[in-house]
Design a protein around this ligand. Structure first.
Ligand code: HEM
Length: 439
């Protein structure tokens, strides 16, 4: 894509600094991964449904087109989009390995299209009602406080600590395991499993990493199957038992394959995403003392904290893009697309669209239209775990602000590395220097 620097610099009256790298033309390019907003802006201005040749997908970049696709799950199939990305070019071999060593290849029931999707979605919605999520808050607060204390201990005397492995990842995994009822877990393993599943929609997997990821996913599936078996005759008060023994609204039960895939989705979908949000939170606190100060003043103000979480999700959306596929010829963003066009819906670019969010690179908790942000998607596939994720981020923000006196990056901000995937825009490692807040 040929992008004149001047166009980028305008960015809705709120200039970006620096020029868009002329030799980068794909979401998979390292320069784009490091600074994606300039690429988003270039697409929105010049070619809003840009065909990314390296990825083999059309990137849907404008807010209104993102919403149009998400609101029409019949024309834009989630199932086909996901299936065509899952496993990448090694899908056949990947499926054979899972069939052989991982108990089977289990299609993701939650990524189906309506009406099949509606059947399982209603079941999962019940597990994530606002009421159920509220009951989890005390447990979440305890996990968060324990891990902040551990992180502060590790950082005593100026030691550098990694905010990703010391906080974001363990917080997320402990909470997911508590919710699902997984008592004995190895957080590192769950993190590896999660990365292996996410890699299937990364658009950046080579054969060697596919083989390693397939091995990890086999381990994950065998673990899930064992957890299910343990609850077949002796149900417990947990989500795995609920799914194993579920009765759906039409009176049917879940098939074994559906149940495995839904438990897997619940372990994975909220993992890298929430961990990324918690890393983005720490990054922001470490790099924006002005925001930290504002938050210290409003830490007990529920409304302000809710607005903060929403603006954080708008400003730094963990999910960059997910796949859909056209089931018929259609026009989108002024471009004619054939049936079978593989799209990547760019939630992150939608949230950065200056025609909807004025001065999108400003962090502004008072935006009047903050609720329009699409970090959780919209429409029938909107995130099931949104209420849980919002609460985790709010509790983490509040407790970090209360307990931390000083938080600084231990490396220059432009040296922070991101995960190699087009699906999640996530921080790989976050070296921090921390000090306890004086009481
Ligand atoms: C900050 C954290 C999170 C973010 C940014 C996020 C984002 C998303 C997005 C963008 C989608 C896709 C919507 C679409 O297809 O348009 C999604 C779907 C989903 N999310 Fe999340 N998510 C987060 C946390 C969670 C958590 C904590 C869970 C559960 C424990 C979860 C479970 C799911 C599931 C099961 C789906 C599939 C829903 C469907 O297709 O019907 N997510 N999420």
């Amino acid at each position: 894509m040929n992008v004149p620097e001047g166009d980028i610099a305008k960015a809705g009256g709120c200039p970006f600094s620096g020029a868009f790298p002329a030799d980068a033309n794909s979401l998979t390019d390292a320069k784009v991964i490091a600074e994606p907003q300039k690429f988003y802006k270039a697409m929105r201005d010049n070619d809003p449904v840009y065909f990314d040749e390296k990825l083999g997908m059309y990137l849907v970049s404008r807010y209104e087109d993102v919403v149009e696709v998400l609101k029409d799950p019949i024309t834009y199939s989630d199932k086909m989009g996901y299936d065509h990305m899952y496993g990448g070019p090694y899908r056949e071999e990947f499926m054979q390995i899972l069939e052989r060593d991982g108990g089977g290849f289990f299609y993701d029931a939650i990524k189906d299209d309506p009406p099949a999707h509606t059947r399982v979605r209603r079941l999962l919605d019940k597990a994530f009602t606002a009421h159920r999520v509220a009951t989890l808050e005390p447990g979440i607060r305890k996990v968060v406080i324990d891990l902040i204390d551990e992180m502060l201990d590790a950082g005593e005397g100026g030691e550098v600590v990694d905010g990703v492995t010391k906080f974001s990842v363990p917080v997320t995994i402990r909470i997911i395991c508590e919710q699902l009822g997984i008592e004995h877990f190895n957080a590192e393993k769950i993190h590896r499993w999660s990365a292996a599943v996410t890699a299937q929609i990364s658009g950046m997997q080579n054969r060697d990493s596919m083989l390693e990821n397939a091995r990890q996913i086999c381990e994950l599936q065998n673990f899930i199957i064992a957890e299910m078996k343990a609850r077949e005759n002796e149900p417990r008060e947990d989500m795995i038992s609920d799914l194993v023994h579920a009765r759906l609204e039409d009176g049917s039960t879940l098939t074994f394959k559906e149940a495995v895939s839904l438990i897997r989705a619940n372990i994975i979908a909220g993992n890298d995403t929430t961990a990324t949000a918690l890393s983005n939170l720490q990054f922001l606190l470490a790099t924006r003392p002005d925001i930290l100060k504002k938050l210290q003043e409003s830490v007990d103000d529920e409304r302000q904290m809710n607005r903060f979480v929403e603006e954080l999700l708008r400003f730094a959306p963990p999910v960059q893009g997910l796949a859909k596929m056209t089931i018929k010829e259609v026009e989108l963003g002024g471009k004619k697309l054939p049936a079978g066009a593989h799209l990547l819906v760019m939630y992150a670019s939608g949230n950065d669209d200056e025609t909807v969010f004025e001065c999108p690179r400003d962090f502004d908790m008072q935006r009047p239209n903050i609720a329009k942000q699409v970090a959780f998607g919209t429409g029938v596939h909107r995130c099931i775990g949104a209420a849980l994720a919002r609460m985790e981020i709010k509790v983490a923000a509040r407790e970090l602000i209360r307990r931390i006196g000083k938080i600084e990056l231990a490396v220059p901000a432009n040296e922070v590395q991101y995960l190699p995937t087009v699906a999640v825009h996530g921080i790989k490692e976050l070296p921090l220097r921390l000090e306890r807040r004086a009481v």
